[in-house]
Design a protein. Sequence first.
Length: 283
Amino acid sequence: MLKNRYDFVMLFDVENGNPNGDPDAGNSPRIDAETGLGFVTDVCLKRKIRNYVELAKGGEPGYAILIKMDKALNDKFTDAYKAAGLPTGGKGKNRDQVQQAREYMCKNYFDVRTFGAVMSTGNDPCGIIRGPVQINFGRSISPINVQDITITRQAVTTSADFGAKETEMGKKSFVPYALYRAEGYVSAALANRTTDLSEEDLQLLWTAIINMFEEDHSAARGKMCMRKLIVFKHDSVLGECPSHLLFDKVRVEEGTMPARKYSDYVVTIDRDMPSGVELLEKL
């Protein structure tokens, strides 16, 4: 059982990479058309957290990952009914059966305990769970400069082209440098009521956030680093003050522009906390 509400701020950066491509824009880095600021979706960030947890805890009871490309979701829901000793197939599941299936999913899947899930599909529904941990979109501190470069590949795709040409051309989109900020919340009240997210789970979450880029390196994403994880711990389950007042304690200001490294920004933290709130600088 969690006894404290938490709010947190993440600062992470990218160097010569694409932090989160937009499929509707040729997988170019996501950008706000009005401000030029870049953004990274919550889905992208949670994917990296899930991947780290699976690497760190894979195979251990209670730390399976629901949202991944290994099996159809409806089949996983049916598996939950079987494991819980519930009848499978057909419509009209009663409330108690769905509740038992939900409890099984929360107990066995880390990402369900943490982020919640929509599991109301198929013949063996496990209900809908609103997760106690929520993460906002990450947004860049400054407008980003998306660059497209032409690359060549010394390999030909089709046999018809083989012999007719020696290389093929392609495009690569990247951001020379950008610092992003994302904010999140941990509701102890929701955790205790719906998913039983534990203190151990929470410590794993912090570890996953700190390390989520370390096991996610690729040529496309360039150099991505988590620079800061600042956590605000409330003395109570419901919290001592609104989250936005705490988020305002973390300020990031532009220094040398255009920025090409983390030290080109100035990060300041107002350590004068409201009564009942503790500042934890995890990174």
